[in-house]
Design a protein around this ligand. Structure first.
Ligand SMILES: C[S@@+](CC[C@H](N)C(=O)[O-])C[C@H]1O[C@@H](n2cnc3c(N)ncnc32)[C@H](O)[C@@H]1O
Length: 273
């Protein structure tokens, strides 16, 4: 028998929306009531609670549950080579702008901010490895971050179902991937380029470094205008001059020139000053 919970009250909705916004920047409008109700019902069950009022008390005192709540309310949809033009831009960027610096020993750094289960970060690593394979000594570091620790666990494992392999260009798959029993992973030379860390994009970032390319795709759609614009500005500061920022298909940076960015392709911006 499925358990039935009382409908969510205005007051509970208000508390949940405010906490979601304070913790992660995500905006839950009134229209999202059904989504909140259905997604958080599972959290109630897991915590053996019988009302949203009790759940509100729990999230007010329990930081781990707040993160679980954010994970339930956002989507983790992603794919290898999603919005594939960005990986073509990345390949071109390395060949046209950074190759000599890399040859001279500069470490190539790429950030997949909001990496979900890791496909975006691995796609960047495969792209880079393919361009730089004649330079085996090239130093490459790909950082993947997300607020959702269960997604980070999947990213760290780096093992995916064979259905996902069809999104990876065959030639690249054959060069850098290893298939085993309906699953696949990556050769050591790819795995060792990646690091995955927990990071909330609206909180402090615990590193000072700059990147040659940043992927921040399909996460800013959850934020309000103020949070989004602050994020674009912070990301722009983390790019090397000449580096590129790739954002999601329904996202746009309204004032790129103020941030020292120039649009250079579909949902892509180059740091020019
Ligand atoms: C739809 S996925 C995007 C995955 C990938 N970037 C892509 O475009 O395929 C959105 C991700 O944003 C993450 N997220 C939501 N709010 C976040 C925040 N404040 N800081 C970091 N990650 C966040 C979610 O956990 C989720 O994994």
């Amino acid at each position: 028998m499925t358990e039935k919970y009382e409908k969510i009250s205005r007051q509970s909705l208000k508390i949940i929306s405010q906490i979601a916004y304070d913790v992660s920047g995500i905006i839950l409008s009134e229209k999202k009531e059904d989504l909140i109700f259905s997604r958080l019902n599972k959290r109630l069950r897991e915590n053996k609670l019988s009302s949203f009022e009790e759940y509100c008390i729990l999230i007010q005192s329990n930081p781990d549950e707040r993160l679980q709540m954010i994970a339930s309310l956002t989507t983790n949809v992603t794919a290898f080579y999603r919005e594939g033009h960005h990986f073509q831009y990345l390949s071109k960027l390395i060949k046209s702008t950074f190759i000599n610096r890399i040859k001279n020993g500069e470490e190539l750094r790429i950030w997949s901010a909001a990496c979900s289960s890791g496909e975006e970060a691995y796609s960047a690593a495969l792209t880079v490895a393919d361009v730089l394979m004649t330079l085996p000594i090239a130093r490459i570091k790909i950082l993947g971050t997300d607020i959702d620790n269960s997604m980070l666990d999947l990213s760290k494992k780096g093992i995916y179902s064979v259905e996902e392999k069809y999104s990876i260009p065959l030639e690249i798959f054959n060069k850098f991937c290893i298939e085993k029993q309906n699953r696949f992973t990556f050769k050591k030379e790819i795995l060792e380029k990646l690091r995955f860390k927990s990071l909330n994009l609206i909180a402090e970032w615990p590193f000072e470094s700059k990147f040659h390319a940043i992927f921040c795709r399909n996460v800013a759609i959850y934020f309000d205008k103020v949070t989004r614009e602050k994020l674009w500005s912070r990301l722009a500061k983390r790019l090397h001059v000449g580096g590129e920022l790739y954002i999601g298909h329904s996202e746009r940076i309204p004032n790129p020139d103020i941030l020292g960015l120039r649009p250079v392709g579909l949902n892509s911006y180059k740091k020019v000053k």
